[in-house]
Design a protein around this ligand. Structure first.
Ligand code: PDD
Length: 288
């Protein structure tokens, strides 16, 4: 039985209920976070809480908790579900919506209490730091059809859901997206890195991509080990000619992509830079 948290109360997930008049349900008017934990320890917690606060500020929703209160809630959910989930890798999903109002109107209501919902779930084990044994990914590419504010971790995920499904229906695990200028943005639920001739590149942080916490940890960890990541526009052409392609997210950490649109990436094997990146990432990932 999964123990969840809803508006101040811990309860079995199947008993958690909200009103259909919640603005999260009616409008997707809310922010979410996914905080990974390993062996009970959160990865990038301070940066996840910072992004949650930034998202709430962007939507003009008052953050209902201090960082200390969020930290305590995350730790409690992990502890209370440790036995039930029986996994070293546990994700904590947090959602804050603008709240419930008994009248459907687009404008922000006044004096409404945000809805706070959170639950813990067992997630996939982190990638094995071994070029032969790590799980590899196949992806397709597609034109990015989402909205112009992808830097906000909004619960309005229909665009992402449709792009994920596109890849899924093609028998692939992700869909890498490109904008009108044929520059890579991100994937439906991951950020993107490529390697070409030893240079590691990732698209710049702007409104077209989520400020991924894993992306940030990868950049900082590599920098600590003396490797630079160039943040610059990456064309579809560059993606197709890359030696390595990686997906990054809280649940995947750094996942090597070996097939893009049915064509092998580089020589088709997991690259040497990926191993350097995951090694640095593992060294520092609990530090932020
Ligand atoms: N997805 N880009 C998008 C569109 C995402 O949804 C995610 C995360 C990322 C990677 O962000 P981070 O490294 O902070 O997890 C990039 C989460 C895990 C999800 O929606 O389940």
């Amino acid at each position: 039985m999964t123990i969840a948290f809803l508006n101040g109360e811990f309860l079995p997930l199947e008993h958690a209920q909200i009103s259909p008049m919640d603005r999260g349900f009616l409008f997707g008017d809310g922010i979410y976070e996914v905080v990974p934990t390993l062996g009970g320890k959160p990865v990038g917690l301070a940066w996840h809480l910072e992004r949650l606060n930034d998202g709430l500020t962007a939507l003009d929703i008052t953050n209902p908790n201090s960082d200390e209160a969020w930290t305590q809630l995350i730790n409690q959910l992990v502890a209370q579900n440790a036995e039930g989930l029986n996994s070293d890798s546990v994700g904590v999903y947090i959602q804050v919506t603008r709240g419930t109002v008994m009248q459907r109107a687009h404008g922000f209501p006044e004096n409404v209490t945000p809805t706070v919902f959170a639950f813990a779930f067992a997630s996939a084990a982190p990638p094995v730091p071994d070029r032969e044994k790590v799980k590899v990914f196949s992806v397709i590419t597609a034109q990015d059809r989402r909205w112009q504010r992808c830097n906000i971790k909004s619960t309005s995920l229909l665009g992402n859901v449709l792009h994920y499904q596109q890849g899924n229906e093609a028998g692939k695990q992700e869909t890498i997206l490109y904008n009108d200028a044929h520059e890579i943005t991100e994937a439906s639920a991951c950020n993107i890195f490529i390697v070409r001739d030893g240079e590691i590149m990732t698209p710049p942080q702007d409104n077209q991509i989520l400020p991924g916490i894993t992306r940030r940890i990868v950049i900082e960890s590599l920098a600590r080990d003396g490797m630079q990541v160039t943040q610059q526009p990456i064309t579809l052409e560059q993606l197709r000619n890359a030696d390595e392609v990686w997906l990054t997210s809280s649940s995947k950490e750094i996942a090597p992509v070996t097939i893009v649109d049915d064509k092998a990436v580089g020589d088709g094997n997991v690259g040497a830079m990926w191993l350097k990146a995951i090694t640095s990432f593992n060294k520092y990932k609990f530090e932020w």
